[in-house]
Ligand binder design. Structure first.
Ligand SMILES: [Zn+2]
Length: 489
């Protein structure tokens, strides 16, 4: 498996530190608002990466924090006349709920910053003892960036270039403008904790470094986040951890590309800003995931409602094919053509091999999905050509392979509803004097009644059957292998 390491700018052979085990950390949200679809892209990308590592046989431990104390939370609380804790609790709960809706797996560990103050203070003390940090007169504690010779390696920046670009802040407490806060002295009305440097709260970069060390142990295999986090957040996390514990921090850094809406940067002022929640109110998580995974995680992703609608249609087509394959298996009749079956069987093997190769090439989900789109086309061709004389083993294998591949990506194909509505029995009774209570038998009878009407060119009856079904949200689908009743999407 090859993974692009954004700190070396190379695709590298992935070698976990401990054989068969992967420890990974992805920075979680600052919980002051609903997450937008740009954030969602990062979380869905790493969910797929994690799922593929698990599917490849690794034992994965995945940690993700909740930043539940931060300036943004405090500002939001002040605007709304609430406490910071109330705001953080509300949006932590909403984040977890919307992640579930998006079919993102829960992390194995989800530490919250406010519950990890002790370990953070411990790390800051260690940094001060080793000369990498200092307490300022105002009660802040800063990390001395120039004390870390490796500073800049995560994001590929040089300290001298940073100086040119650095906004020189009006902050006389810092020894150097590049230094960043590990601990912030308390201001009135803010959440605060006791520390050796007086009351205050931790800096954002500090929490991830301390949590990675506490819950996963350093160094870890994979550290990820959105590309906007590479600098300064990840650079600063890494500087603290490596200077405190001298063990390295993360072997592979992974960063997701940005999300655009209709080709433009998403922003509230442009009116093209969408939360994950509102997108999932209109569309399925499976369609959103399919749309996202059709672009490689490092490339810019263009979101649009049209593309999402397109993904929804693709998904319906894939699910429809899987349903047709399964239906063909249960209604198979006649001697299958061996040559046709061998062709489909080879297409299944080819799709599986291509899917694996693409996923092992830096999680190229776009290529992996394309391999299965191809198989869906081949499976439909087979069904058309074979009619009801299908090779049940090969066809069942194709259906399982397609559904399985999308499941690995966290895309659950819509399942057909197994039973027809009870009301259909009435229609069946009216149409063909049927009085039993087995819905499948009722469906067979309705189809038989329609076939009979059509054979007799009795179009009024055939149309009446169709119309009554439509009123009930049902349709008759005619396939090469026969007709059946389906729910209208
Ligand atoms: Zn972080």
């Amino acid at each position: 498996m090859k993974i692009y390491n954004s700190s070396t700018h190379k695709k590298e052979d992935f070698q976990p530190i401990k054989e068969g085990k992967v420890r990974m950390y992805v920075c979680g949200p600052t919980v002051y608002d609903n997450i937008h679809i740009g954030n969602a892209r990062t979380f869905i990308s790493f969910d797929v990466i994690r799922r593929w590592l698990i599917a490849s046989g690794y034992e994965v431990t995945f940690a993700q924090n909740l930043t539940d104390v931060d300036d943004k939370i405090i500002n939001r609380a002040n605007e709304q006349g609430r406490t910071a804790e109330e705001v953080a609790t509300e949006f932590s709960d909403k984040f977890i709920a919307v992640m579930h809706k998006a079919n993102v797996m829960d992390p194995d560990v989800r530490p919250r910053a406010t519950k990890e103050i002790g370990p953070m203070i411990g790390m800051i003390k260690t940094l001060i003892e080793q000369g990498h940090a200092y307490a300022a007169d105002n009660g802040d504690v800063y990390f001395a960036v120039r004390s870390d010779p490796a500073y800049g390696e995560v994001s590929g920046r040089k300290i001298d270039d940073l100086m040119v670009g650095a906004r020189i802040e009006e902050n006389e407490d810092k020894n150097d403008p590049l230094d960043f806060a590990l601990w912030k002295a308390a201001k009135p009305g803010e959440p605060m904790w006791n520390s050796p440097w007086g009351k205050g709260r931790p800096g954002w970069h500090t929490e991830c470094a301390a949590m990675v060390h506490r819950y996963l142990g350093t160094p870890i295999d994979i550290h990820g986040g959105g590309s906007d986090l590479a600098f300064p957040h990840h650079e600063n996390e890494c500087a603290q951890a490596t200077c405190a514990w001298h063990e390295g921090f993360a072997n592979t850094w992974m960063h997701t590309g940005m999300l655009l809406v209709d080709g433009e940067k998403m922003s509230k002022s442009l009116g093209n800003f969408f939360t994950l929640e509102e997108v999932l109110e209109k569309h399925s998580a499976a369609a959103l995931r399919l749309l996202m995974l059709q672009t490689h995680y490092r490339s810019p992703l263009d979101f649009s409602w049209e593309r999402l609608e397109g993904a929804e249609n693709s998904l319906a087509r894939i699910a429809g094919t899987v349903q047709n394959l399964r239906w063909a298996v249960s209604h198979a009749e006649g001697e299958p053509d061996a040559e046709l079956a061998a062709k489909l069987d080879a297409a299944v093997d080819a799709a599986k091999a291509e899917f694996e190769a693409q996923m092992n090439d830096d999680f190229n989900t776009a290529g992996a999905v394309a391999a299965y789109f191809q198989l869906v086309t081949e499976a439909n061709t087979y069904l058309d050509q074979a009619g009801s004389a299908v090779d049940t083993d090969v066809v069942a294998g194709a259906a399982a392979s397609i559904a399985g591949a999308f499941a690995v990506l966290g895309i659950e194909l819509p399942e057909p509803e197994e039973e027809l509505p009870v009301g259909l029995l009435g229609v069946a009774a009216g149409l063909c004097a049927y009085t039993g209570d087995d819905v499948n038998e009722a469906a067979e009878r309705i189809l038989a009644a329609r076939a009979e009407a059509r054979a007799a060119k009795n179009w009024d009856v055939a149309d009446a059957i169709r119309d009554q079904l439509r009123d009930m949200g049902l349709m008759i689908e005619d396939t090469a292998a026969g007709s059946r009743i389906k729910h209208v999407k």
